[in-house]
Design a protein around this ligand. Structure first.
Ligand SMILES: *Cc1c(COP(=O)(O)O)cnc(C)c1O
Length: 224
């Protein structure tokens, strides 16, 4: 029987152009919801708390690819390094160094995205375009053999102003194009723009997104 989660997952997927990946954001949602989506073929899920993720990764099927999307403290990296598929929320060189170190310990290469801060809200984490440019220009990441920088992640402002949201995604896309040509011209793996959540993913896919992070529109409201 098709559950509500399954129906909503399929409805979201039907709206995504080919080539745009769906990360189902399952934070605060129970395992049974994740399994509803899993049975429809969804394999990539995103979580934002290290302990909740650890518990789910331990219990749920091992072919799930987990993305970390929340603010990650440096001292927590070691707990997720053995299995995390991608860390989308890298917002400092210090964090990037720690991921490289812990990935090396596990004999893995961890994919990461650099998190851009473009939205107006002062509370959001992430690197300004200038700070992100500086991190890349420092070149230290080129010596890191256990991280692979695959692109950028951003959240647009939480507003009903669709034109503003579109402008912010466009600014993210300009950063992506600039960083790609300046630092990753010979790296096809630098190819992801993780933009778009439940309320703005249709705008995001029209403005450069290759990866959307959708929670509420699939799983319903979160119960904190
Ligand atoms: C929670 C979260 C999402 C999903 O938000 P929804 O509005 O539930 O789709 C996407 N990205 C990040 C970084 C998040 O923390």
């Amino acid at each position: 029987m098709e559950t509500d989660v399954a129906k909503r997952l399929l409805a979201v997927k039907a709206q995504l152009p080919a080539g745009v990946k769906l990360i189902a954001i399952s934070k605060f949602h129970p395992d049974e919801y994740i399994m509803d989506a899993y049975r429809e073929g969804q394999r990539v899920f995103g979580e934002s708390h290290e302990q909740e993720l650890a518990r789910k990764a331990d219990t749920l099927p091992t072919d799930i690819e987990w993305h970390f999307i929340g603010h990650l403290q440096t001292n927590k990296v070691k707990y997720i390094a053995p299995y995390i598929a991608m860390i989308e929320s890298v917002d400092s060189l210090r964090l990037l160094r720690e991921i490289d170190k812990q990935a090396a310990r596990c004999g893995r290469i961890i994919k990461v995205l650099l998190e851009l801060h473009i939205a107006e809200e002062a509370t959001k984490y992430g690197l300004t375009p200038a700070d992100c440019h500086e991190l890349l220009a420092s070149g230290e990441w080129r010596q890191m053999t256990h991280v692979q920088i695959c692109g950028l992640m951003m959240m647009a402002s939480n507003t009903d102003d669709q034109a503003q949201i579109a402008r912010e995604f466009d600014e993210g896309s300009r950063c992506f194009v600039q960083f790609k040509s300046e630092f990753f011209a010979d790296a096809p793996s630098f190819c992801e723009c993780s933009w778009g959540m439940s309320h703005d993913y249709p705008i995001a896919v029209a403005h450069g997104s290759t990866m959307v992070r959708v929670g509420t529109a699939i799983f319903g409201p979160r119960v904190y």
